[in-house]
Design a binder for this molecule. Structure first.
Ligand code: B4P
Length: 194
C-alpha cells in the first residue's frame, strides 16, 4: 500500500510540525498544518485570524466550525488531491466526523494516523526552549499548561479511535529530530509493506 493520506497526532511540542515538514518533503505530500494556517492569518489580520487569535493566546482550540471550514477549503486545493499530511487536525471528535465526511465525499480515506508519543516533561522543555527563541504567544508557562490539559481532554481519546480503525502507528518522539524521523519512516514502511 502506498501511504498518501496521513494525519499526525501528538501533544503540543511532540514534534508534529517539525516532522510533518520533513515527511511532506520526503513523500512529496502537501503538508497542511492548521496551526500554521491560523498563525499566518493572525499575522495578516484576516477575519479568520481575528477569530482564531483569542483562542490560540488562551491555549484553547479554535471552534470546530471555523477549523473544519478552513480544512475543507484547503483540501480542495490542487496540491492536496494526490495526497496530504494533516498536522494537528483532527483534534476533536467533531473534527473527526467532519474529516470523515470530506473524505467520503471525495472517495478517499486516511491511510495512516501517526501518533507522536512524548511525556509532559519533554514537551514542556521543548516549548519553553522555543519560547526563548521565537517568543510565540502560546508558549508561555501558563498557556503551555492549558494546551496540555486541552490535549489530554479533547485529543488524546482520538488515539484509541484511530487504533480501533486499524490506522494507528505510535512512534516514540523522544530523541533527536533525525532519530524520530527514522522511527517514523520505519513505521510508514511497515504500513506500506502490509
Ligand atoms: P500547533 O501549531 O499545531 O502547535 P503545537 O501543537 O504546539 O505543535 P507544533 O507543531 O507547533 O510544535 P512541534 O510539536 O512541532 O497549534 C497551535 C494552536 O493552534 C493550538 O493550540 C490551537 O489553538 C490552534 N489549532 C491548531 N489546530 C487546531 C485544530 N485542529 N482545532 C482547533 N484549534 C487548532 O514542536 C515544538 C518545538 O519542539 C519546536 O520548537 C521544535 O523545534 C521542537 N522539537 C521538535 N522535535 C524535537 C526533537 N526531536 N528534539 C528537540 N526539540 C524538538
Amino acid at each position: 500500500m502506498i501511504v498518501r493520506r496521513m494525519i499526525i497526532m501528538g501533544p503540543p511540542g511532540a514534534g508534529k510540525g517539525t516532522q510533518a515538514a520533513l515527511l511532506a518533503d520526503l513523500l512529496q505530500l502537501a503538508a497542511i498544518s492548521t496551526g500554521d494556517i491560523f498563525r499566518t492569518n493572525v499575522e495578516q489580520r484576516t477575519t479568520l485570524g481575528l477569530q482564531a487569535d483569542q483562542y490560540m493566546r488562551a491555549g484553547q482550540y479554535v471552534p470546530d466550525s471555523v477549523t473544519n471550514d478552513m480544512v475543507r477549503a484547503r483540501l480542495r486545493e490542487a496540491d492536496a488531491t494526490e495526497g496530504f499530511l494533516l498536522d494537528g487536525y483532527p483534534r476533536t471528535p467533531q473534527q473527526v466526523d467532519e474529516l470523515d465526511g470530506m473524505l467520503d465525499a471525495s472517495g478517499c480515506a486516511i491511510d495512516l494516523a501517526l501518533n507522536l508519543v512524548a511525556d509532559n516533561e519533554v514537551v514542556i522543555e521543548r516549548l519553553s526552549a522555543r519560547a526563548r527563541i521565537e517568543g510565540r504567544v502560546d508558549d508561555t508557562p501558563a498557556v503551555i499548561r492549558r494546551r496540555l490539559e486541552v490535549f489530554a481532554d479533547e485529543t488524546a481519546p482520538l488515539v484509541d479511535l484511530y487504533d480501533t480503525r486499524g490506522l494507528l502507528a505510535s512512534v516514540d518522539a523522544v530523541g533527536t529530530v533525525d532519530e524520530v524521523q527514522r522511527r517514523i519512516v520505519q513505521a510508514i514502511e511497515r504500513v506500506a509493506a502490509s
